[in-house]
Design a protein around this ligand. Structure first.
Ligand SMILES: Cc1cc2nc3c(=O)[nH]c(=O)nc-3n(C[C@H](O)[C@H](O)[C@H](O)COP(=O)(O)OP(=O)(O)OC[C@H]3O[C@@H](n4cnc5c(N)ncnc54)[C@H](O)[C@@H]3O)c2cc1C
Length: 287
């Protein structure tokens, strides 16, 4: 590992001042589960690492503010899994957080880090897309909000400047709740990155939101307004072509060592139908 400076600001303003001062030469550290590997392998060589963990304004890490559930940059997966508000309003996010790495990883890995890292296999990306989450980004000259769908660009690429800091990820607690379920496919049980990540959500208006990842450069969100998928009375035969059309943008890499592209494409509708069934069952339980 190459040597680097280490700073632990106590406020968001201090962190932003450091980012402003060092720009490209700085790297933010939250849980470090991705960054430390990158530093060790010399894939990244920042001159300064800015650790967020002492920033008091980012605690408590999960809070309800004006009809939104706010996950600050310090919210880690195990806190998300255990939070009753998440279980009630956004169970698919709890399901996704619960399969990230191992318990040791989940105690460190943040939701914000999972999205900022820009991995196409990030488990939390599909539920955040389905629930319509937003990323709140702070810089010296102000704050901006970006839909997660616009924030994610491609492998390792997100809409974030070197001088900017993600302070939170927020999900609206909608008046039209989305009943959703998360599922994924891995090579083996236990710690593994997914060959497919998938979340499906239905709401009372008959809209179905499907998001899937690990089968292309970024996780994708597709919306069906026909009502067929969300209709509990519609047959599997009626749903199959609609579901298949929602996966037309999947483009798994032939170079991936996790699963062949044909297998991934064949498994997408299987996982999609499974998550859709669970989402429809959950519709009777949405708050
Ligand atoms: C053994 C192991 C297993 C894993 N398994 C999975 C898995 O099953 N599923 C999965 O999705 N991931 C998995 N991961 C990846 C990783 O744990 C997640 O991506 C994690 O959520 C990253 O969060 P972090 O807080 O550790 O981020 P960090 O490593 O601290 O940061 C990651 C990147 O995001 C940037 N960043 C972090 N926070 C901010 C912020 N607030 N503002 C601006 N930039 C920021 C950092 O500069 C860095 O570039 C695994 C990792 C390991 C080591």
């Amino acid at each position: 590992m190459q040597s680097f400076g280490y700073r632990r600001p106590g406020t968001i303003d201090e962190a932003l001042a450091l980012l402003q001062e060092h720009g490209d030469a700085a790297r933010v550290l939250a849980g470090g589960t991705d960054l430390v590997i990158e530093l060790r392998n010399r894939w990244r060589r920042p001159k300064i690492v800015i650790d967020l963990k002492r920033i008091e304004e980012l605690r408590p890490p999960i809070r309800e503010v004006e009809g939104r559930l706010v996950f600050t940059a310090l919210a880690v997966m195990s806190e998300i899994v255990a939070d009753e508000r998440v279980q009630l309003h956004f169970p698919a996010l709890a399901e996704a957080a619960d399969v990230v790495g191992s318990i040791q990883i989940r105690n460190r890995a943040t939701l914000a880090g999972n999205i900022c890292n820009g991995s196409p296999a990030a488990d939390t990306a599909p539920p955040l897309l389905v629930y319509g989450a937003e990323v709140v980004i702070a810089a010296k000259n102000g704050t901006r909000r970006v839909a997660v769908d616009d924030f994610i660009i491609g492998p390792g690429k997100v809409d974030l400047q070197p001088t900017e800091l993600v302070t939170s990820i927020e999900i609206p607690i909608s008046a039209t709740p989305i009943a959703a379920a998360y599922t994924r496919m891995t090579r083996r049980r236990g710690t593994d990155l997914a060959s497919i990540t998938l979340c499906c959500g239905v709401d009372a208006t008959g809209t179905t939101r499907l998001a899937y990842g690990s089968v292309g450069p970024r996780a994708l969100l597709v919306i069906d307004n026909s009502g067929v998928l969300a209709d509990p009375a519609a047959s599997d035969e009626a749903k199959a072509p609609v579901l298949a059309s929602m996966f037309s943008a999947a483009s798994p890499s032939p170079k991936s060592m996790r699963a062949g592209p044909e297998y991934r494409v064949a498994m997408l509708p299987v996982l999609g139908a499974r998550a859709l069934r669970t989402a429809i069952e959950r519709q009777t339980r949405v708050p």
